[in-house]
Design a binder for this molecule. Structure first.
Ligand SMILES: N[C@@H](CCC(=O)N[C@@H](CS)C(=O)NCC(=O)O)C(=O)O
Length: 225
């Protein structure tokens, strides 16, 4: 059986986890927190060269990077496809997923350490993050109306990207900008509420909540945070 290494309060870990759950693929979860190095699981670097989460263990070897893992899962387990059928529609799903990761997740991530630890952020960074998130939020409706799913009429990888990454943007916004940068995106709130009703999304949220204390304890042990 394939094994997914990582931890349930990681949004990146939850990307392949939700894909596997939606496709009904059996998998085993192996808890590995971040911070790999001499003090913690140095052998994990053989699974993921930069020590990042997630890593997928297959009968042929390990795969790191969530996008590559998704590609593997989609091809190795074609049932309940998370991609549409036409080349154009597949590209649009990937376009939206990449947009979410590059212009929302990676931007908000600059303040995630501050969110987790309570450390005061650099005001210049906060200003940069705010400008970038506002720009992306204003552009998002060009890629999705959020009427039914994030793209088209089926649940896809784009939904996974939206569901798992945008809550971090809202969290960072509310904490450091004093507002939700996504509040004005048409259709998004109702869409998110619908997605939260899905059984597998509920499982992801419940597992993340259950893991939070363990992850914070790990950070404290490793970094004294
Ligand atoms: N590009 C990677 C990013 C994964 C990532 O940044 N994961 C975080 C956990 S949410 C991590 O492992 N951080 C530790 C680090 O960057 O050293 C992917 O798509 O899998």
């Amino acid at each position: 059986m394939i094994k997914l290494h990582g931890f349930s309060s990681s949004n990146y870990y939850n990307v392949p986890k939700l894909a596997l759950l939606e496709k009904g693929v059996d998998f085993e979860e192996i808890v590995s927190y971040t911070g790999v190095g001499p003090k913690y699981k140095p052998e994990y670097l053989d699974k993921s060269p930069l020590g990042k989460v997630p890593a997928l263990e297959t009968s042929e070897g390990f795969i790191s990077e969530s996008r590559a893992i998704l590609e593997y899962i989609e091809r190795a387990y074609p049932q309940h496809s998370l991609l549409p059928s036409s080349p154009f529609d597949i590209a649009k799903v990937q376009e939206l997923s990449q947009f979410i990761e590059l212009y929302f997740e990676l931007v908000a991530r600059r303040l995630v350490v501050n969110l987790l630890t309570g450390l005061k952020p650099d005001p210049t960074v906060v200003k940069e993050v705010e400008a970038s998130l506002d720009k992306a939020a204003a552009a998002l409706s060009k890629l999705s109306t959020f009427e039914q799913f994030a793209y088209g009429d089926q649940f896809t990888l784009a939904d996974i990207a939206v569901i798992l990454n945008l809550p971090i943007v809202r969290g960072v916004g509310k904490k450091f900008l004093g507002r939700d940068p996504l509040a004005e995106v048409p259709g998004l709130d109702a869409y998110c509420a619908r997605m939260e009703e899905r059984a597998n999304v509920k499982k992801i949220r419940a597992d993340a909540a259950a893991d939070q204390a363990g992850f914070m304890a790990h950070l404290k042990t490793l970094y004294g945070l």
